[in-house]
Design a binder for this molecule. Structure first.
Ligand SMILES: Nc1ncnc2c1ncn2[C@@H]1O[C@H](COP(=O)(O)OP(=O)(O)OP(=O)(O)O)[C@@H](O)[C@H]1O
Length: 491
């Protein structure tokens, strides 16, 4: 035995010996390795001052697939999807095996660690304040054998990130983020709108889809010309014309998550910057009703009173512009930002300039084509003898798609609904329906058509120089030049 031990010590390198020992221990006792040779990686939700930790998001999506019957302490829930989702509770561990190495995951909270630290600190000096419940941030802890460090860093963690990226591209369940106390909280995006269900002129719809497709295809183009891979859309029009529905349709089409930013909840420029930094790639950042914030209103139109009030605002227009521009330049992945407004003319032009808002899309009152889509959605009818009188009335009146949708939902029987809708429109025509169309009060110049403007020039071109757009051939990437877009696209 002594001879054998001497031979082993002489001929087998020490790290090979410890590896064999850890494997044997793992086999017989089910432990990963010697505690002394255990490496622990902590993966927090936020990475220093760089915003969200993508590795954390990847692990969060990856781990539930590794939950086994050995896990006895789980959290379960159901979002918008049909499946019951599972996650591990703090203290529970998940064992994963990758390329013959054993990896142990646990979920913890930064608060736990800080509280631990505060106790240790207290025993030596004086107490430090422990964080409140809302300060506690979740994190994952990965432990593995020291000998597997290289494999974990070079293969295992990249493998998790690759799986996450692939899953995100093909994912079905989208997330809707809103800010609560400065922190993004996610829920399942359940808005069912798609480009098929949004009532708008087909040419406008196709132009938006083409623009999104072109944008997604052009990663290498944006890189080559040194531009951030992003696109900004301004949706404007009266309330109830489908701005929110169009955003949901865009998200469902692109399979992008949506971040809903409420400017009234933003405390400062720094708060805004941090919130934008904490958004993930392949997402749409939405700022709805941007005109409602006095900071972004056109200053050339403001009176002394409004200017005074603005001085007390919590964040500034330049802060907003910097945050948006910073968001663009920080990210190498595709980003979309959408502003919506009922009063485009009241927004500071600095926000709307090309490079920030590339396309201005006007959503307006219900057209004959729009009505066909709504009738198909709500009544499942594609043609009907009553369509003709309805078309005639719709051409004369200004009715928002929201009002039409409301009327079409009043009964299941198409004949009943359509004849009641005609009565509704006729009363409206005579001005005696007793209710006001939401669009009537709007200050936006009332146009019957949906309109899209593509803002790709630094200076706004006077209307006299505007011309009808021709959408360029999408397949010819090389030909792309922002200036080739002409100025106004009207239907
Ligand atoms: N263009 C449209 N196509 C299909 N449905 C629409 C359209 N416009 C409005 N609707 C219907 O009306 C409701 C309200 O629409 P939506 O919230 O998208 O309008 P909005 O323009 O965003 O209004 P607001 O400016 O008040 O937020 C939606 O639930 C949808 O059912």
């Amino acid at each position: 035995m002594m001879l054998l031990q001497t031979a082993i010590n002489q001929f087998i390198p020490v790290n090979v010996r410890s590896y064999i020992m850890s494997r044997l221990k793992s086999y017989f006792f089910g432990t990963v390795a010697d505690v002394s040779s255990l490496v622990t990686l902590t993966i927090p939700e936020f990475w220093e001052n760089m915003g969200r930790n993508k590795l954390y998001d990847a692990v969060k999506e990856y781990l539930p697939s590794k939950i086994s019957s050995a896990n006895k302490n789980l959290r379960v829930g159901m979002g918008g999807g049909k499946k019951i989702a599972m996650a591990i509770e703090g203290g529970e561990s998940i064992v994963d095996v990758f390329d013959n190495i054993k990896l142990t995951w646990t979920c913890s909270h930064q608060k736990d660690q800080q509280q631990q630290a505060s106790t240790d600190f207290f025993s030596r000096r004086q107490p430090i304040p422990s964080p409140t419940q809302s300060d506690a941030r979740p994190m994952y802890v990965l432990s593995f054998d020291e000998n597997d460090r290289e494999k974990v860093m070079d293969s295992y963690l990249p493998h998790i990130v690759n799986k996450y990226n692939a899953m995100k591209k093909g994912k079905k369940v989208l997330k809707h983020y809103t800010r609560t106390s400065g922190v993004w909280q996610s829920s399942v995006l359940e808005h069912p709108a798609t480009f098929d269900t949004v009532a708008m002129e087909p040419e406008l719809k196709n132009a938006i889809i083409d623009d999104l497709d072109r944008f997604l295809r052009r990663k290498s183009f944006y890189k080559r010309v040194g531009k951030a891979w992003k696109r900004g859309y301004l949706l404007y029009g009266p309330p109830g014309t489908g701005k929110t529905s169009l955003i949901a349709a865009m998200a469902n089409y692109l399979k992008f998550d949506v971040y809903d930013l409420e400017l009234s909840g933003v405390h400062s420029n720094a708060d805004l910057m941090m919130s934008l930094r904490n958004t993930c790639n392949r997402s749409i950042l939405v700022v709805e009703d941007i005109d409602c914030n006095s900071e972004v209103q056109d200053r050339s139109r403001e009176d002394g009173d409004r200017a005074l009030k603005r001085q007390f605002k919590r964040f500034t227009l330049s802060g907003l512009l910097n945050s948006i521009d910073g968001l663009w330049t920080r990210s190498s992945e595709e980003r979309i930002i959408v502003f919506t407004t009922n009063h485009k003319d009241q927004i500071d032009p600095a926000l709307l300039r090309p490079g920030r808002m590339d396309m201005h899309i006007n959503l307006s009152f219900c057209t004959v084509n729009g009505f066909r889509i709504l009738a198909s959605n709500y009544l499942d009818v594609q043609s009907h003898p009553l369509f003709e009188p309805i078309d005639r009335l719709l051409k004369k009146l200004q009715v928002t798609p929201a009002v039409v949708a409301e009327e079409l939902m009043k009964d299941d029987d198409a004949d009943v609904v359509l004849s009641r809708f005609i009565n509704f429109l006729e009363r409206k025509e005579m001005g005696g329906d007793g209710m006001k169309d939401v669009g009537d009060e709007n200050e936006i110049p009332l146009c019957r058509s949906n309109k899209i403007e593509i803002e790709d020039d630094e200076t706004k071109i006077p209307p006299s120089r505007s011309k009808k757009i021709e959408i360029e051939d999408e397949d010819e990437d090389e030909d792309f030049n922002d200036d080739e877009y002409e100025d106004e696209y009207e239907f």
